[in-house]
Design a protein around this ligand. Structure first.
Ligand code: GLN
Length: 536
């Protein structure tokens, strides 16, 4: 147990959404972790859903899954990718979850006849959820990012809760506020007024920010910093510029240059331990920015117009590219746009293909056509979750001759249910949090492409699905050259498949993308990218 009290850093945002609060929080976490501190990052989401698991990816982007099976905000993915440290359910709190807990307590009679109110009951529950992370006293810093923008009605209880917490924690808490400093082209000027207004809104709620991080498209000079400092009661050194970066992975370096971590430590009265050296990050950026080769791969999915829906997959591709010093162009292909006529023109120039996870039957035919094409043309293939299930369906129909074979998700009455509902799933009717979620062990077959990636037999990967490979068909698949190369021994579930007389055709029931980080690009993505490079 550490002896000094845990320090809390609250991150709020103003002016607009999408300022990059998640990336700034993750970058700050990285800088502190590299100085030798233990850090975790939490996200508070003001929506009423209990978690984003039931939301359409078009609404919310990807649903990120943790080891302990929490369905969470995609910012947690950034936290893990930057910090190389797992998060858990406790790292993501929503208004839905807060209210659910308070209402359950009320029904049990825990409030002893009191009127249950936003203050103190909801705010107390928010404070409890923030401090829960400190239960084991393992962190020097807890960074809490508050979703939404100050002034939003839904964010009010959170702002009030952290105001109270700051008051209770005294010198052990600090506020960072992110704002926008827009550039008006007609006036050729950066404007500070939106920042002044957003700090004013925060002040009305009783919060004086200690540090301002100002998102900008153009450098903010000293005069502007001075002006912001003066109008917002913030030290000039604490006005930090966050200029648009070419890649999110540059942001920790930019924040370091601006002295964000230094000013935090100073304001919290902490003597600087070592400096953040960021050796692995710099090496990673070097690979990313000085590629020696170039390939083009395709990603087939049905949410391709919103690339946030596949955030972890696209980041995992970037990680593997940096590791292999290879520039990877990704062509996003809408599965609903694929047909017999355009198949060749869409796919034949690609060095590899990924078929993404998903739900429901929309776009399935396009996915099956695409998989048939890469299977027959010996193009490296990686199928993820629904991508594996569709590969199984394709093989059943076109190699095994099982007419209209399907997953019972798409066709509950199919004569050949090669993918069907897991036993434990059959009686479940509620949607939220009821899939097979979180980390499960898997044993790999040693003579396989997948084993060559991981170079070990025992692996653990995260899941998010209801349907499974139907073991009844295992033998006939094997006889025809499609093997189960990864098995969950405990439940006898097929977790990975591959086709033997193919250059590289691997598909997995789990989601490898969730575990790819800057420090540890994921072996399966690296293996896939290597196969694509060799295919050029
Ligand atoms: N819809 C499929 C299932 O529930 C696959 C889910 C996924 O791709 N994440 O099993």
């Amino acid at each position: 147990m550490k002896d000094s009290p845990t320090k809390y850093i609250f991150v709020t945002g103003g002016v607009t959404s999408s300022l990059g609060k998640g990336i700034v929080s993750a970058s700050l976490g990285k800088l502190l972790a590299e100085r030798g501190y233990s850090v975790t990052i939490q996200k508070l989401d003001p929506y009423i859903n209990v978690d984003p698991g039931t939301m359409n990816p078009f609404e919310h982007g990807e649903c990120y899954v943790t080891d302990d099976g929490a369905e969470t905000d995609l910012d947690l993915g950034h936290y893990e990718r930057f910090l190389n440290r797992p998060t858990s359910q406790a790292n993501n709190v929503t208004t839905g979850r807060i209210y659910q807990t308070v209402i359950e307590k009320e029904r049990k009679g825990d409030y002893l006849g009191k009127t249950v109110q936003i203050i103190p009951h909801i705010t107390d529950e928010i404070k409890r959820r923030i401090q829960i992370l400190d239960k084991k006293k393992e962190f020097d810093f807890i960074i809490t990012e508050i979703g939404g923008t100050v002034g939003d009605i839904e964010a009010l209880p959170y702002i009030e809760a952290v105001r109270q917490l700051k008051w209770e924690l005294e010198n052990n808490a600090i506020f960072i506020h992110l704002t926008l400093v827009p550039f008006l082209a007609a006036a050729a000027e950066l404007k500070t007024k939106p920042t002044q207004h957003s700090v004013k809104t925060l002040l009305e709620a009783g919060i004086q920010p200690d540090i301002l991080v100002c998102r900008t498209e153009h450098p903010i000079n000293d005069n502007i910093k001075r002006k912001i400092a003066q109008f917002c009661n913030v030290e000039k050194n604490a006005v930090i510029q966050s200029i648009d970066a070419k890649t999110i992975y540059e942001v920790p370096l930019l924040m370091q240059k601006e002295g964000l971590d230094k000013i935090i430590l100073k304001k919290l009265n902490i003597e600087c331990k070592k400096k953040a050296r960021l050796i692995k990050l710099k090496k990673f950026l070097n690979g990313l920015q000085n590629p020696k080769k170039e390939i083009t791969i395709g990603l087939v999915g049905k949410y391709v117009s919103l690339q946030d829906a596949y955030k972890s997959i696209s980041e995992a591709i970037i990680h593997a590219g940096a590791k292999k010093c290879c520039k990877i162009n990704v062509e996003w292909i809408d599965s609903e746009d694929i047909n017999m006529q355009n198949l060749k023109s869409k796919l034949s120039h690609l060095q590899g293909l990924i078929v993404a996870p998903g739900f429901g039957d929309r776009g399935i035919d396009g996915k099956i056509l695409a998989i048939k094409f890469v299977r027959e043309n010996n193009i490296p293939f990686l199928g993820i979750c629904l991508g594996m299930q569709t590969a199984v369906i394709e093989f059943s129909r076109n190699v095994l001759g099982l007419k209209n074979a399907n997953s019972t998700e798409m066709d509950p009455k199919t004569k050949f249910p090669v993918i069907n509902l897991m036993n434990g799933q059959k009686d479940i009717t509620r949607k939220g949090g009821t899939m097979r979620l979180g980390a499960y062990d898997c044993k790999l077959k040693t003579k396989s492409n997948i084993y060559n990636c991981y170079k070990k037999e025992q692996i653990s990967e995260r899941h998010r699905h209801r349907y499974e490979f139907n073991n009844k068909y295992l033998e006939i698949f094997k006889k025809n050259g499609l093997i189960a190369s990864g098995i969950n021994k405990k439940n006898n579930l097929v977790e990975a498949i591959e086709i033997q007389n193919h250059k590289w055709f691997v598909a997995v029931q789990f989601h490898p993308e969730y575990k790819s980080t800057v420090d540890k690009p994921h072996p399966l993505f690296c293996g896939f990218i290597k196969a694509c490079i060799n295919n050029k």
